[in-house]
Design a protein around this ligand. Structure first.
Ligand SMILES: *C/C=C(C)/C=C/C=C(C)/C=C/C1=C(C)CCCC1(C)C
Length: 235
């Protein structure tokens, strides 16, 4: 059973419930979005839905064994991070024609980040060399979004709503995603599992739920914009 002094276990419980609630919210709110934004909200709901299932099991592993649920954690990330990359791509694709190569570059970089994080955590590779390669994958994604092709497409072709969404996503991938390597660093050595899992749980709350909320805000604001334009035309 869940021990009241087990803060990590309690955080697993809270995030499990929050993921379910977020999935429901994004699903029903999809009705309020227009056109291509509907797909974005569906993807946001998929991300929190996949995470909810993994959180139920990860909580069990932590509460029953006190060990880090490494495999479940990375299976979750392996599914949800590429979906978030899809989300990025959808936002750009809603604005203009985007080369598929950009999507593949971001996807491969995110896989490098996750695969090396995993082999570092399970000990197939030394902890710090694996970390450095994982960091390189993430830094490449940051480069693409801040200075590379993705940023140029957004600057040249974005609408007000899509620019707002793209900007917020920039913050999520830089500041929000930065929480994960901090968890990895804290996980080094004996007894690091508790702080690592607490930080990863917090990071998932920010990056999956806040991420979805950003998409939701953009999706419904462009709906309101469309509705008020239609209203003006009718007057
Ligand atoms: C929903 C889950 C998300 C958004 C997970 C994101 C995970 C990361 C950004 C992980 C990053 C890591 C590095 C940058 C270096 C190596 C260690 C990792 C895998 C924790």
């Amino acid at each position: 059973m869940l021990d009241p002094s087990d803060f990590v276990g309690v955080s697993f419980w809270i995030i499990s419930a929050a993921m379910v609630a977020a999935t429901y919210f994004f699903t029903v709110e999809r009705d309020r979005a227009v056109g291509k934004w509907k797909t974005s909200l569906s993807v946001a709901a998929m991300v929190t839905g996949i995470a909810a299932i993994h959180y139920f099991y990860m909580r069990g592993v932590w509460v029953e064994t006190g060990k880090s649920p490494v495999v479940l954690r990375y299976v979750d990330w392996l599914l949800t991070v590429p979906l978030q990359i899809v989300e990025f791509y959808l936002i750009l694709a809603a604005i203009t024609t985007v080369r598929a190569a950009l999507f593949w570059k971001l996807l491969v970089a995110s896989l490098v980040m996750l695969i090396f994080g995993f082999v570092g955590e399970v000990g197939t590779m030394s902890y710090w060399p694996a970390f450095i390669i994982g960091m390189a994958g993430w830094l490449y994604i940051l480069y693409e979004i801040f200075a590379g092709e993705a940023s140029k497409i957004n600057a040249a072709n974005g609408t007000a709503a899509s620019k707002a969404a793209f900007n917020a996503l920039k913050w999520i991938v830089s500041v929000g995603w930065a929480i994960y390597p901090i968890g990895y660093v804290l996980g080094a050595g004996e007894g690091g599992d508790a702080s690592m899992n607490l930080i990863y749980n917090l990071a998932d709350f920010v990056n999956k739920i806040a991420f979805g909320a950003v998409i939701w805000a953009a999706a419904t604001s462009s709906h309101d914009a469309a509705a008020s334009t239609a209203g003006d035309a009718a007057e």
